[in-house]
Design a protein around this ligand. Structure first.
Ligand code: ME8
Length: 527
């Protein structure tokens, strides 16, 4: 029996991936779930591909916005952050996120790392004391110059940040970071590292922003208390974004840059963020790191924005999609599949229940669900519940086997560019080809006329399910497990090094009674 070999890269290369750390001013919603699910899929993919992964997520707990929310709920900031942070931790459980670490910026290890980076910036001569007078948006936790603001027509005169958040005038003593000195070095860095910012369109936006000139950045606040004290000046707390960005190096062991952890995982391979916070990650963060004598991350991917039924998600519109409830209603894997497949990664997307139901029913129930149910039931009924022994392969068999053999390479290329939707499209080319193959070969008609041929056809189909099952593990871990379980693929033969002929299914091995893996979502059950 000749199966086409797909060479997998045996590598123990490290892979450090991060989500943004989420503000605890509010409970988690679909947007947070989205970024976290994408990162989880990438982390799982890299582990199955033999990489040593550090996958980090967590919560951003300091700053004026969080202090304000704590006051509003009548709690101390620490009680408040303990409570809401826990909700984000529960979300990672509900979504079965495989993070290796969950960081909170109120932890001692992070306070130590933040003060250490401050000291390093100061020692490199990039920090000076001055005073800030200008506009600040608490919702964005960001400073804006007058020319960036929007004055809505016919409004009361309330100026807004580009995000639509109100700004207020702030005047206070402040330390500054000499960002203006970093303009050329940042431009050189972008030039030398063309895939530092993805997608390409966002890279161009950042380059044009930096080319327009950079002003020094206020990096401390004095008008409230909830933050990390500036080393040597207890009147100031660190600007929340300097504190927050530092979480990525805290988790890699900073300030112990000689530690095995730091050496293995820093610089991070990728920070995945929403497009709203790209400037902080692609401009301020590499400047802070270079100033502190550290390497910038290898990539920042800024993904697009989800709206709901065509509208911005907002509490006032009452359309905030709650991920806990969504998973309860539709199941985890259908939600993961929809989010990962529906929108080309990087683009904006619209969430609607009809879109979700359509996508799940057509790709999961019809395409993969029917394929696996048909093939496994035929093996169960017609081959005495044991994997059949194939005979000589025909040209059609070899064509389908070759598709399986070449798939990992294609999927890997997509995942190295974070294109989860493309990887799924590639896998579904195999699923659809296998469905067409079943229809053409019609194994149900071969039982009496040519049982040997039926065995070969069902064996090739079972191999296509094995390849599909192994490859969908990062995207839909539970469904993949069920499929591989039903095929009898041992637990230790499920990583990508087994996508080759030497790990092919063993004829004669018994299979269990097949059960549907992807139930159709019936509209009347849910609406
Ligand atoms: O910005 N569509 O935290 P945050 C897609 N603490 N993604 C969305 C989304 C939507 N509608 N809404 C939110 C912060 N997100 C800072 C980060 S990192 C050092 C500090 C996701 O709670 C997206 O990833 O406001 C976005 O960047 C992030 O949530 C913002 O989360």
């Amino acid at each position: 029996m000749i199966l086409v070999e797909c060479k997998s890269i045996p590598t123990s290369e490290s892979y450090f991936i991060t989500t943004p750390i989420y503000y605890v001013n509010d409970v988690p919603h679909l947007g947070h779930a989205y970024t976290t699910i994408v990162c989880d899929t990438l982390a799982r993919f890299m582990r199955l591909d033999g990489r040593e992964v550090l996958f980090l997520t967590g919560t951003d707990e300091h700053g004026q916005k969080v202090e304000k929310s704590a006051n509003l709920s009548g709690e101390t900031p620490l009680d408040f952050t303990n409570r809401v942070s826990q909700r984000f931790r529960e979300l990672t459980k509900k979504l079965q996120i495989s993070n290796d670490d969950f960081i909170r910026t109120t932890e001692q290890r992070h306070i130590q790392a933040s003060q250490a980076i401050w000291t390093a910036l100061n020692q490199s001569g990039d920090i000076y004391l001055g005073s800030y007078s200008g506009w600040y948006s608490i919702r964005d936790e960001a400073f804006f110059s007058e020319n960036e603001l929007i004055k809505p027509k016919g409004s009361s005169g309330q100026l807004l940040a580009p995000s639509g958040a109100p700004v207020e005038w702030v005047e206070e003593p402040s330390y500054f970071f000499r960002l203006s000195n970093w303009q050329q070095r940042l431009l050189d860095f972008y030039d030398k590292n063309p895939s530092f910012i993805l997608p390409e369109s966002r890279r161009n936006e950042v380059i044009s922003f930096v080319s327009g000139g950079l002003q020094d950045l206020s990096v401390s606040r004095t008008s409230f208390q909830w933050g990390i004290t500036v080393p040597g000046d207890s009147n100031h707390i660190m600007y929340v974004w300097l504190d927050a960005l530092t979480n990525y190096i805290t988790a890699s062991g900073y300030p112990d840059t000689g530690s095995a952890l730091f050496e293995k995982f820093w610089p991070a391979n990728i920070h995945v963020v929403g497009k709203d916070i790209l400037r902080f990650h692609a401009v301020y963060w590499p400047a802070f790191l270079m100033s502190a004598g550290l390497e910038p991350p290898q990539r920042v991917f800024a993904h697009g924005w989800w709206t709901v039924e065509g509208q911005k998600m907002s509490k006032s519109l009452g359309n905030v999609v709650e991920p806990f409830e969504l998973v309860e209603r539709f199941g985890l894997d259908p939600i993961r599949y929809f989010l990962l497949r529906e929108v080309p990664f990087g683009n904006d997307g619209d969430f609607s229940e009809s879109g979700l139901v359509h996508r799940v029913n057509s790709d999961l129930s019809n395409d993969l669900g029917n394929l696996s149910q048909r093939v496994l039931s035929m093996i169960f009924k017609n081959c005495g519940a044991a994997l059949p022994t194939p005979g000589e392969f025909s040209e059609d068999d070899n064509t389908l086997l070759a598709k399986m053999g070449g798939l990992l390479k294609q999927v890997r290329t997509a995942m190295e560019q974070q294109l989860c939707h493309r990887a799924l499209e590639d896998i579904w080319v195999l699923v659809r080809a296998a469905n067409t193959y079943v229809d053409h070969q019609a194994p149900w008609g071969l039982k009496t006329s040519d049982p040997e041929r039926m065995n070969t056809v069902l064996y090739v189909l079972a191999e296509s399910l094995r390849h599909t099952g192994i490859l969908i593990q990062p995207f839909m871990p539970n469904s993949a497990d069920k499929l591989l379980e039903q095929l009898g693929v041992p637990d230790d033969e499920r990583d990508f090094s087994h996508l080759n002929k030497s790990s092919c299914l063993v004829p004669g091995k018994t299979i269990s009674q097949p059960e549907g893996i992807f139930p159709r979502i019936l509209n009347d059950t849910h609406f």
